[in-house]
Design a protein around this ligand. Structure first.
Ligand code: HEM
Length: 153
């Protein structure tokens, strides 16, 4: 079926996706308040970081070198991030991606989001999400095409 959609081609498309995702996430009754009331997220500052992250995940550009796990470990102390929150986050990410893009890069965006969300959720729940551990998008994704401690499905 021809959806009329194209695939993500680079950073501009990543920025479009991430911007659209945050519009949905901020408006969501379950997870929106975590962004707006608890983290009081400054989107102008945050969006370039998110674009670095997703460009690295989808296109392996390697520009993201921060510790995303540590950020969520700290956040989890203030607003518990559990299964319902992660499920909603992933639903919104998947729906946003599907609304805008189609193709191998869009599939990678969804697949890796699911893997990273699962890894984050397990580490937060298991108490092993030490701030010193990393969800190392750069090395592991570049080397193996997927985070290597995660199951395939
Ligand atoms: C329960 C689901 C989630 C919630 C409520 C959430 C919320 C947030 C918030 C509020 C921040 C900003 C924290 C701050 O700067 O003070 C943040 C940062 C971030 N989130 Fe999430 N997040 C969730 C899941 C995810 C997932 C599954 C991913 C990746 C697939 C992700 C990727 C990131 C990245 C890359 C950052 C930036 C970290 C940095 O500053 O380097 N988040 N998230």
């Amino acid at each position: 079926m021809d959806t009329g959609l194209e695939d993500l081609r680079g950073r501009d498309d990543v920025a479009t996706l991430v911007t659209a995702f945050y519009a949905r996430a901020f408006a969501d009754p379950l997870i929106g308040p975590i962004f707006t009331d608890i983290a009081k997220l400054d989107l102008d500052r945050h969006l370039p970081i998110m674009c670095d992250f997703w460009e690295t995940v989808i296109f392996r550009t390697g520009g993201y070198r921060r510790n995303a796990l540590a950020v969520h470990v700290a956040l989890n102390d203030r607003a518990p991030l559990g299964e319902p929150e992660f499920r909603r986050w992933l639903e919104l990410w998947t729906a946003t991606t599907d609304a805008l893009y189609t193709g191998p890069a869009a599939e990678r965006a969804k697949l890796q989001a699911g893997r990273i969300a699962g890894s984050m959720q397990r580490r937060l729940a298991g108490g092993s999400g030490s701030a010193y551990e990393r969800l190392d998008t750069r090395e592991r994704l570049t080397a193996s095409g997927g985070i290597d401690d995660l199951p395939a499905g």
